[in-house]
Design a protein around this ligand. Structure first.
Ligand code: NAP
Length: 539
């Protein structure tokens, strides 16, 4: 392949200006490289720019979601809440970019159409929508794990005369909710947040739920000045705590089996977890709560009881309590007065599993039983997780092989960072890395740091290309699969297991996530690099 004339050339191109792209850019610039970020949106922030729906916030403790690589940034940015909302997180990322002087290295409104490996030039050519091309030795994808939204496949969606949008495409301008009859389809983490937030702001809210999720209280609260000072003074200790946690959150699993703890003691502990902020209830529980079917069933029953206590109508409660999977086998939505919203007169729950949606009409949603009229339909129907963002562009490796074809039956990677046949493509936050199975920013700091170490090693030794061997990839694949088998995760259909009913072919298990935890993942990274980048063919 010959390089087009007058092509913009860099050492590295990063696709995406979200949490990952920002950090990778900072690291590569620090190594003296010529780097550019191409971002499809008109501004930075990735997920935190796009998800503007009411109630959007993270479930990680704010101080564990912010970057940990810079004490100065940690100290300078004061979070207003223990679990900050989307506008604040976006402001935080803007602050980081400003502080590190990164904006001039970012190009916005640049959607990547194709990325093609040039064997002869040992570089990647990237073609943007509109025809402009760039090239670089290294191509780094920082395209998010939940950035390809999926709409349901329901007849008549285009006929609806009111407003409708997917939560990911929530408009920047204000959406008037007061006085509106609103439908929300979907009750994952997004649906749960939006329902909780808007129930008392709209005229009528109708929730269309197919399968309920196990939810638990977030217990958010403001951060006062004293607390911020405490965090500042404990920076090293705090980072250590996060680094030592398999989940990357400020919670550690309890290394005791559920049944080894006397009943009274374990129920008292569970009550404590239910009353505590954040993901402790999921990842700070007895370690076997999501591994052992018996322990999981008992804990799920505890959560079912807590849930029932909050809902007035037992029939509604019954619809809201999962029967097809145990607690924590899918992503647990954390909520603020979610279940109490179903006690309101203006909120109605439709069980789509019993009353399927037949079609969308000009006026609303028609189920087998009735036609519901709406002014606004909100699709909180999730994402083509992890691989979806890759499929939206054409990535072509050696000998014209397309990544989408290679990954047709599930992703194939080594360390979640590279793919055989795609030299110098670094899939940061790609499938089979730990960034999806743990708190995202700390995981991504580890992955980007490691990828930069690899680039530095290549540069120092005069190497030009790097890709995994097939043998290393196969071994990695096997280990990722085996890790699934050690948990109860495969017992539930969700994006963790690669299912999405709205996409053809995504009706079977795919192994998308590294489930051995952040601590093990970091050790594997170190083990590979300290053994001469074992499993990589570096030339
Ligand atoms: P999701 O968890 O995949 O949930 C999608 C929802 O839409 C499910 O309830 C699903 O039902 C329903 N659905 C999809 N297609 C449907 C159809 N054709 N008919 C009826 N219902 C349909 O997606 P999400 O809620 O957007 O969350 C995705 C991930 O984003 C989360 O797991 C989390 O990692 C992340 N997130 C994080 C936060 C946070 O940090 N606080 C907030 C929001 C999201 P079924 O369950 O039956 O498939």
């Amino acid at each position: 392949m010959t390089k087009p004339e007058q092509q913009e050339t860099h050492d590295a191109i990063i696709i995406g200006a979200g949490v990952t792209g920002i950090f990778m850019l900072h690291k590569l610039l620090g190594m003296g490289m010529d780097v550019t970020v191409v971002e499809a949106a008109a501004r930075l922030g990735g997920t935190w720019n796009k998800n503007r729906y009411p109630g959007c916030r993270f479930d990680s403790e704010s101080y564990s979601y912010g970057y940990t690589f810079s004490k100065e940034i940690f100290e300078e940015w004061k979070w207003s809440e223990h679990f900050a909302g989307q506008p604040e997180t976006l402001r935080y990322l803007e602050f980081v970019v400003d502080k590190l002087g990164l904006i001039d290295h970012m190009q916005f409104g640049c959607t990547v159409k194709t990325a093609t490996y040039d064997e002869e030039g040992r570089c990647w050519h990237v073609e943007l929508e509109g025809g402009r091309t760039l090239s670089a030795r290294y191509l780094c994808t920082a395209i998010g794990l939940l950035s390809a939204p999926t709409l349901p496949r329901i007849d008549g969606m285009g006929d609806f005369e009111g407003e409708s949008f997917h939560t990911y495409d929530w408009p920047e301008e204000e959406v008037v909710l007061a006085g509106k009859r609103v439908a929300v389809i979907g009750t994952g983490a997004t649906g749960v947040q939006i329902i909780s937030e808007i129930a008392d702001k709209v005229d009528q809210l109708t929730v269309f739920q197919r399968r309920p999720n196990w939810c638990a209280p977030l217990h958010n609260s403001p951060v006062d000045d004293q607390t911020h000072e405490d965090f500042k003074s404990r920076f090293d200790e705090w980072v250590e705590l996060i680094q030592a946690s398999p989940s990357g959150f400020a919670h550690q699993p309890i290394i005791r089996r559920t049944k080894d703890v006397p009943k009274e003691e374990r129920y008292a502990f569970w009550e404590e977890l239910y009353a505590s902020p954040g993901f402790g209830i999921w990842v700070g529980n007895y370690f076997d709560a999501t591994l052992d079917p018996e322990a999981n069933a008992e804990f799920s029953e505890f959560i079912a009881r807590k849930t029932r206590e909050r809902i007035d109508d037992p029939e509604v409660a019954d619809i809201l309590i999962p029967k097809d999977h145990g607690f924590g086998t899918r992503r647990v939505p954390l909520e603020t007065r979610y279940y109490e919203q179903y006690n309101r007169d203006n909120v109605r729950l439709v069980d789509v599993s019993k009353s399927p949606i037949e079609c969308i009409t000009a006026k609303g949603i028609k189920t087998a039983e009735e036609e519901h009229e709406f002014d606004l339909i909100i699709y909180a129907t999730g994402f083509d997780a992890i691989t979806g963002a890759f499929d939206r562009m054409e990535i072509i490796g050696r000998d014209g092989e397309k990544l989408a074809d290679k990954w047709m039956d599930g992703p194939q990677t080594y360390m979640g960072i590279q793919v055989p046949g795609f030299p110098n493509l670094l899939t940061l936050a790609g499938p089979q890395s730990a960034s999806h199975g743990s708190n995202f920013p700390p995981a991504i700091e580890a992955v980007c740091g490691w990828a930069c170490g690899l680039i530095e090693y290549m540069r120092d030794n005069g190497y030009e290309t790097c890709e995994p061997t097939n043998a290393a990839h196969e071994e990695w694949e096997k280990s990722v699969r085996e890790a699934y088998g050690n948990t109860l995760i495969p017992t539930a259909k969700s994006w963790f297991t690669g299912y999405n009913s709205n996409i053809e072919g995504h009706d079977k298990m795919r192994y998308l996530v590294y489930l051995r935890g952040a601590v093990n993942f970091r050790s594997e990274l170190v083990d590979v690099s300290s053994n001469g980048y074992r499993g990589f063919d570096i030339r």
